[in-house]
Design a protein around this ligand. Structure first.
Ligand code: SOE
Length: 393
């Protein structure tokens, strides 16, 4: 990969590869040309998934021309633009992946939509409900594909859990329990842009990973959190170069679902020994299901008698789960596989000829991004007041 161009828009006269539909939808045919904004860990994950989905990795922009250039060479992305505007001026780009710090998502995503492109925006979609609502409306009006990478939905055994609940195998859902525990901030010296509310937003642990947990909870159960009561802790008021830290290290909450189930959730980024431990257990009147993200090829089925640890095997899975089981049983699938499936379905959704009910049914859109921002706002409000807080639909 040698060609990188800085500071130039797409060559003059580049024929638009797409035709805007009646709703302004950018219908894409052929391989998707993807752009990336941001050059951190998530940009690398997104670019690997885009390549796996058969996209052309067309361009990247970052906080500086130099970092864009470095990322272009490192990730094998054709062009490095000196600014977001230059990248958005490239009419050959069909979809843009927004992988920047949380408080920049709203403005950048708005610009991407204004440029007539499809968009994948990292979670949290925005750091305020108002911004998330505006983005959801903008995307709907533009008629574009607008997705948020709640990628844990794409593990086959998550789809199996969801299929069992929706088919009634578990019986009525009575209770839910879930944890999302990490330890990359467990030491007081550990610091990160997410710690700074000016870059990460008012919530840290919950907005960053609690959003995944509650999205997965509502996706798997098909239910909604009606109200919650949260308690949070900022364990270290100072970290590295950060002072007067207000964003939370951990949150414990009790939830009530619209269907009547109750449950407890714990979200922490200071849980020593837990690397990316997302565990969700849903208890039904007949059967419980438990998914552990660090053991994604398994699903525990709990029963009064005959409990079992189900292994991923397409021959035994529901059709929705089997669809994402892309290698045979015994060949472990993992995090990047789930990410790849999310990006492939997002790209398929941009192609009005290719998309179908399968690819769009479980796709996390800006509606789901807004939902997670609403729940995060309720968590912050409850942690502040100590009271139960209703979660707006
Ligand atoms: C850091 O907490 C992080 O990279 C999150 O930002 C991701 O969304 C999560 O999937 C893994 O951990």
């Amino acid at each position: 990969m040698t060609t990188t161009v800085i500071g130039q828009s797409a060559p003059a006269g580049t024929a638009a590869r797409t035709a805007a539909g009646q709703t302004g939808e950018r219908a894409v045919s052929g391989s998707v040309r993807a752009g990336f904004i941001g050059s951190g860990f998530m940009a690398a994950v997104h670019s690997r998934a885009a390549r796996a989905a058969g996209a052309q990795l067309a361009a990247i922009a970052s906080s500086s021309a130099e970092s864009a250039q470095r990322a272009s060479a490192k990730l094998g992305i054709a062009k490095a633009y000196e600014s977001v505007d230059r990248l958005l001026g490239d009419d050959t780009i069909d979809i843009v992946h927004v992988c920047t710090p949380n408080t920049t998502h709203a403005a950048i995503t708005e610009a991407v939509i204004a440029a007539g492109k499809h968009v994948i925006c990292e979670k949290p979609l925005a750091t305020t409900v108002a911004d998330a609502e505006a983005l959801r409306t903008l995307a709907a009006t533009a008629g574009i594909t607008a997705a948020v990478p709640f990628v844990y939905r794409f593990h086959p055994m998550v789809r199996e859990a969801r299929a069992r609940i929706l088919a009634g195998a578990t019986g009525r859902v009575l209770s839910v329990s879930g944890n999302y525990l990490q330890d990359w901030l467990a030491e007081p010296v550990a610091d990160d842009w997410r710690v700074d509310a000016a870059l990460g937003g008012p919530s840290r642990a919950f907005a960053d990973i609690g959003s995944h947990l509650v999205d997965l909870l509502e996706f798997v159960t098909g239910d909604r959190i009606l109200r919650l009561n949260a308690t949070s802790r900022t364990v270290y008021g100072e970290r590295g170069l950060s002072r007067d830290i207000t964003t939370e290290d951990l949150v414990a909450l009790v939830v009530e679902l619209r269907g009547g189930a109750v449950g407890t959730l714990l979200v922490s980024q200071v849980a020593a020994g837990r690397k990316n431990s997302l565990v969700l257990e849903i208890t039904g009147a007949r059967e419980s299901v438990r998914f552990d993200q660090e053991r994604p090829d398994e699903l525990w089925l709990g029963r009064r008698s005959g409990s079992e640890l189900m292994q991923r095997d397409a021959a035994t899975l529901s059709s929705d789960a089997a669809r994402y089981s892309v290698v045979p049983a015994g060949h472990p699938m993992g995090y990047q596989d789930a990410f790849n499936a999310f990006v492939a379905d997002s790209y398929a959704a941009t192609n009005t000829d290719a998309r179908d009910g399968n690819t769009t049914a479980g796709l996390p859109t800006f509606d789901d991004g807004l939902r997670a921002v609403r729940i995060t706002a309720a968590v912050l409000a409850s942690a502040q007041s100590g009271q139960w807080v209703e979660v707006a639909e």
